[in-house]
Write a protein that binds this ligand. Sequence first.
Ligand SMILES: Cc1cc2nc3c(=O)[nH]c(=O)nc-3n(C[C@H](O)[C@H](O)[C@H](O)COP(=O)(O)OP(=O)(O)OC[C@H]3O[C@@H](n4cnc5c(N)ncnc54)[C@H](O)[C@@H]3O)c2cc1C
Length: 400
Amino acid sequence: MTAPTTPYTELGEALGTDFFSVRDQFTDEQWQRFADTRTFVDAEVLPGINDYWERAELPWHLFRRLPELGIVGEDIQGYGAAGMSPLALGLVHMELHRGDGSLGTFLGVHAGLAMKAIAMCGSEEQRQRWLPSMSTMDKLGAFALTEPMHGSDSVALETTATRDGDHWVLRGSKRWIGNGSVADLVVVWARDTDSGEVLGFVVETPAEGYEATVIPGKVSLRALWQADIELDGVRVPEENRLTEARTFADCAAVLATTRGTCAWMALGHATAGYDAALRYALEREQFGKPLASFQIVQQRLVAMLADLTGMQLYCMQSARLAEVGKLSPTVAGLAKMHNTRTARKILSEARDLLGGNGILLEHHVVRHWADIEAIHTFEGTETIQTLIVGRDVTGISAFT
Ligand SMILES: Cc1cc2nc3c(=O)[nH]c(=O)nc-3n(C[C@H](O)[C@H](O)[C@H](O)COP(=O)(O)OP(=O)(O)OC[C@H]3O[C@@H](n4cnc5c(N)ncnc54)[C@H](O)[C@@H]3O)c2cc1C
């Protein structure tokens, strides 16, 4: 055989991507989450996802499988949510992203951002009102923080909330909002025109004055839509203001929890790239021998493996710290920075090792290569994570 045509057939079987035996440390719950998600990805996601990605179409049939697998709701306890341990949660996101970044990010937005915002910043009554239907995905969530003029400095957001009797009136623009055009419950962050503080509101769509337009021409996470949102005098009842979101710090606390998950997402993409490169190098022959028999190719594969192993250890220890409540936002930022940077490197190598086939969707690598770009940017760019860690090691903030 000279040019493999059935990529991923052996995925997960011939791999040596666990050199430090991290899988031996999984509990039964963690194994089950990992195995169930892996089976779903191999059997249902990989066979058809490229077509959705190419057509920039939402794979609703795959989205709908997430509650059936019991993996919606992150670590939230009760309300029908998954209630996963930090390690199980990470493994689920890793596996979904090993399959497809759009699918994984869909869950990240719905559960990691929107549900977590309600769980962390809502009252008990609000949690009871919204979380059960979000756990079953009868209601879809979105998280609207970023604005056209404020991305990395979202702390300076300009969307306003003005109290009017027992309602609030929201005005402003949001950008890059995942699920913004399809969500039923959109968590909108806006500045109180009286106090100047950032508050959180749940906008139930359709709502008068709420308009979402899908951002066209995106070449990363193509099977997921992000929207520009206009809020033109949207009226939200006081009962939809998240009662425990009192300042921007409360919004930032939600983002700090998802930052660690981004490190797992990057690990999933990198694993997919390494797998495809290894398999291809074993099957593709040039100069009468498999590519894998050349010393330079072996050296490149081992360099990828070494990087991948480092990413696994970052993830594993982050999960251990989260389990005992010791994962600081800075350490989560370090893990996101390290893993997205390293995943980009691995995917670039993998794409090259597949030669011309590396830029064909059927070999999957180029999809991951494009998708990692979004993860590298969202929820705090690599540079912003670097500055967060830099502030910690020097005691000097370079960005405030
Ligand atoms: C696919 C995708 C999905 C997203 N989903 C959501 C979502 O669901 N909800 C939501 O609210 N947002 C979402 N976002 C927005 C995302 O969080 C922002 O894109 C991100 O925070 C960066 O903001 P920006 O794109 O405006 O870039 P900018 O902030 O303009 O940054 C541009 C460049 O400048 C660098 N930079 C910025 N400040 C500094 C500094 N002080 N020093 C040095 N360099 C600096 C950045 O690192 C970057 O390289 C999403 C984005 C993408 C791409």
